[in-house]
Ligand binder design. Sequence first.
Ligand code: GLN
Length: 475
Amino acid sequence: MQSPQSIKSIQAGLLDGSLKMETRVDNHLASIKKSEDLNIYIEVFEEEIRKAAEELQEKINTHPDKLGKLFGVVFSIKDVLCYKDHKVTAASKILDGFESQFTATAIQRILDEDGLIIGRTNCDEFAMGSSNENSVYGACKNGHGDNRVPGGSSGGAAVSVQMHTCDVALGTDTGGSVRQPAAFCGVVGMKPTYGRISRYGLIAYASSFDQLGLLGHHTEDIATVLEVVSGKDSFDATSSNTPVDKYADLQAIENKKFAYFNEVVNHPKLNENIKSSTFDLFGKLKEKGHTVDDVEFEYLDYLVPTYYVLTTAEASSNLSRYDGVRYGHRSKEIKSFNDFYHKTRTEGFGLEVKRRIMLGTFVLSSGYYDAYYSKAQKVRNKISKAITKMLEEYDYIIMPTTTDIAWEIGAFDKDPVSVYLSDVFTVLANLCGLPAVSVPLGKDANGHSYGIQLISSKYNEAKLLNAAFSFQNIT
Ligand code: GLN
């Protein structure tokens, strides 16, 4: 298995000849073979990446001055991102056989800077889930090795980094899907501000929450890639033209103010190891001269309900396009017009997706719209205002990424509500559109990883990455 080299050292090695692109790709492909039982990849672009590696090595040899910023970096892409002439299914039967007609902006920017794509990673169907168990391809497993979930929905993305099958993974985060699997797999996961990275070419789950995110071994690598993929895109009206900072110029943080919530660090479901590591970290931060304050936040109990009312509403609308007319699966049992939709969607969608379409349709229905959808919008607004105000006074909000370590596969099969509730620490950033990062915090006695999460104000990714970078040395 390759040691997790940083992008900087990979590129230095490629330039001085101590590393060869073909060997790098061979090693990554070998790691994929070795970890086949984990079900990380839905498709590996083996031939294609070998060819790309050969061409890139040629460019390194002949035109080193023309190399892009991400030359030599190998990426995996979550199976909700479109890549022209490649299949994409959102891990759903309903998109069986569908091929992308265009390339997601983030992927295009990576390719334009000489990055390479190794394959499509497993995930929860339409990014709905926290464990990667809701995939038509079957669960992806945590590389830790004792039949545990990798987290979700970007489970495959996290394990693809954990098992060294790529350098950086592209995932998506609607309510924690990058940060939570990163925490469960012991890697760094970042979700930038809503609108920082174009969503063009990302299959929508809940459009006002969805954001692309990055997973890697090193904060430096995430910063380097973020600089490339961020910025305005004329194909996505919600992408921001706020200038992209030089994220990769990472600085150690000094004299910062951290806010935490007492109800979070004393949450009844919080794992004891996570709790004690969190308090240890608070102690270390104070020793280094930072302020760590307990701050009042009255909306904690409203986060998960607000998130699930709004995201299911958006999902029910977004997923109405999958009807078997234009793309993907179409039932063969059609005898009437109604059968067409009914059977196609019944056969094509999995249980969790159906549950959310039902829930979303209910909260949007005329009789309940005011009671649920409209009220949840108001609560979202209140939460957002309270947090924005807090972040005027504090540099960061700090809390564990998850309440617990990765659970055993199947443990919550009959209890979806407990899984929803487990998202309590991650949905806040998406409700407010804020950037957030999860950094490895520790491991329990059995080696199960957990993470610490930081949230900062909008477009303050540089500040967030500086803290994540400093934390990697502290934790
Ligand atoms: N676990 C959350 C959900 O199921 C988050 C998913 C995501 O971020 N895509 O909605």
